[in-house]
Design a protein around this ligand. Structure first.
Ligand code: SAH
Ligand code: SF4
Ligand code: F3S
Length: 552
């Protein structure tokens, strides 16, 4: 057992948040304490993202700060985890000896050992020469390199990593426990969109066995979790072949040939021994009814069969929100991005989603979300107009718009010069943002008068501000005490009447719309009792993008 304290900061996507949670759980089980204050930590870990250059710059600036810190604290151990480590690992230690540990996202099960080695190495360096210890890296490295691309090692890689998810530390929750959790269904990505680092950093696509997924969800449900978000880069590609895939005991069996019957086919991937995404959703819904909200991200616009849409339609606890990025409205750009579908196919998909799932009359309008890359090489004004048309036609409730950022190692970086000036990227970006804001606003207005089930998450940000208890959004500190309970506020603080007779809470509809509503602080039901529960509310007004409601 150790008494060292750890600061863990997370950048990037939900996949990284989950990885941080799993890592924190496993370190917690070994006695490491977690602190929200980097200054008092013995071990500082950054779980990094490489998807755009900006994400990496943030980490470089953190590392700059740590370099100064090491002057006063030579035994400080600094680790870079995740996608940036995998992408740039070898260079990074050479460029920044402040980094003691490099650990790729597919190697995180090795982290405890790496930390242990780094602490020992530091101690012996200090013993021989403290001056050298300040400058020298402990050089503990675990990166996947290209190993995952070799099929003979693919299943083995999956096996060892699977232990990280399987070892998830789940503690019984009291009030402090969260009610919402991520569960991974697929690792990696095989799509190789030309701009994207993810297939390079996360490795080849591997699907987790459905039994593992369901057992994990059951354990989470036993602790009080009622909302699960399934994670994968292309969730709808999920398929598990029961007689041929990764097995936890390390026995790897040969892959059997499978027949793909074409997209949009009910049985696109189905076979007697296969669990498809539709099967998986259905099984979770039926086998773990305690999960009142089942979500999934991210969907890929191709190969999303009607079978999945039917399951979503027929299962009341599966949410009516689909995040399905299109990236651009132009076929020419889609082709250069290697997205593997046309814009017509995308529109056809959106139309099918709406046909099956848009049911405002029962309080379940379908909400869509998207991502756009603006200023991809050679993008013309015409291409840009087509992307505007995409926003108008798709009517996303929210859409992330990213300026194209060339990433070393990708096909676009190597083969397609980044020829759109930043100024044009910025102008187009702003134009799309303005358009999307109008659409989001319209969608919000359309909800006024509607009645929704709201999953209550906590005090609203405004209420936090009012009380001076502001929690920094996206501060990146993983919400972990030992075992995965989120650091929420104590009920005494939440239910305080010091700030007036009402408290504003926020929650989300099953379509992922955020709703604010007031509850009395001096009533029979204290505000803390609402959190983690589902309540019914009527929308009374929409102010810009936020919905205000009242309990009914
Ligand atoms: N698997 C998901 C996306 C994962 S990355 C999907 O295919 O939809 C999240 C988003 O980051 C992408 O949808 C894309 O919009 C954006 N992105 C990825 N690489 C980028 C790059 N090089 N520059 C700018 N944005 C990028
Ligand atoms: Fe990246 Fe494309 Fe894979 Fe999404 S589908 S992670 S954008 S390569
Ligand atoms: Fe970033 Fe890696 Fe996620 S590059 S977006 S952290 S998969």
């Amino acid at each position: 057992m150790t008494s060292k304290s750890v600061y863990l900061e997370t950048f990037g996507c939900q996949m990284n948040e989950l990885d941080s949670e799993l890592v924190a759980g496993s370190l917690g089980g070994m006695g490491y304490r977690f602190t929200a204050n980097a200054d008092e930590a013995d071990i500082v870990l950054y779980n990094t993202c490489s998807v755009r250059e900006r994400a990496e710059q943030k980490v470089w600036s953190r590392l700059g700060e740590m370099k100064h810190r090491k002057k006063h604290q030579p035994d400080l151990v600094v680790g870079v985890l995740g996608c940036m480590a995998e992408r740039d690992g070898k260079n990074m230690i050479a460029k920044a000896p402040v980094v003691d540990i490099m650990c790729g996202p597919a190697e995180l099960d090795k982290l405890p050992q790496l930390i242990d080695n780094a602490v020992r190495t530091k101690a012996s360096l200090i013993e021989s020469d403290p001056e050298v210890a300040i400058r020298r890296s402990a050089k503990q490295v675990a990166l996947q390199g290209n190993a995952s691309r070799r099929s003979s090692t693919l299943a083995a890689a999956g096996d060892s990593l699977e232990s990280l998810d399987l070892g998830r530390m789940i503690s019984p929750v009291d009030f402090d426990g969260r009610r919402s959790a991520y569960v991974r269904i697929t690792r990696g990505c095989n799509k190789f969109c030309t701009y994207c680092v993810v297939p390079h950093t996360r490795g080849a696509e591997i699907h987790r066995p459905p039994e593992h997924i369901i057992d994990e969800i059951k354990s989470l449900a036993d602790t009080g979790v009622i909302e699960i978000t399934l994670l994968g880069q292309t969730v709808n590609h999920y398929r598990f072949e029961h007689d041929s895939a990764v097995s936890i005991d390390g026995v790897v069996q040969p892959q059997k040939g499978r027949t793909y019957k074409g997209s949009h086919n009910r049985d696109a991937f189905a076979g007697a021994n296969t669990t498809t995404f539709a099967d998986l959703l259905y099984r979770i819904h039926e086998e773990v009814p305690a999960i009142q909200r089942l979500r999934f991200v991210t969907s890929y616009p191709r190969d999303f069969g009607d079978d999945v849409l039917q399951v979503i339609r027929d299962c009341p606890r599966i949410c009516r929100f689909i995040h399905v990025p299109a990236q651009t409205g132009s076929n020419r750009m889609l082709k250069m991005m290697n997205r593997g579908h046309t814009i017509e196919e995308y529109y056809e998909f959106i139309q099918r989603c709406n046909e099956y799932l848009h049911q405002p009359e029962i309080g379940r309008p379908l909400m869509l979300g998207g991502d756009i890359i603006v200023g991809f090489p050679t993008e013309t004004d015409e291409d840009h107009e087509l992307t505007k048309e995409l926003l108008t036609r798709s009517r996303y409730k929210n859409c992330f718009i990213f300026k194209y950022s060339p990433r070393p190692g990708t096909v676009a970086y190597d083969k397609i010069p980044d020829d759109i000036p930043n100024e044009i990227k910025r102008l187009r970006n702003n134009e799309l943002l303005d358009l999307q804001t109008k659409i989001s606003d319209q969608i919000a207005q359309e909800q006024v008068g509607g009645e929704f089930d709201i999953f209550v998450e906590g005090l609203s940000r405004r209420e936090h501000k009012r009380r001076g208890t502001d929690v920094k959004p996206g501060s990146g500190m993983v919400g972990i005490t030992i075992g995965g309970a989120a650091p929420q506020m104590q009920s005494a603080v939440l239910d305080s009447t010091d700030h007036g007779p009402t408290a504003q809470l926020s929650g989300r509809t099953d379509g992922d719309l955020i709703v604010f509503f007031d509850v009395p602080t001096d009533g029979v039901v204290p505000p803390s009792d609402y959190i983690g529960k589902i309540v019914k509310a009527r929308i009374t007004s929409a102010d810009k993008l936020s919905l205000n409601g009242e309990l009914i």
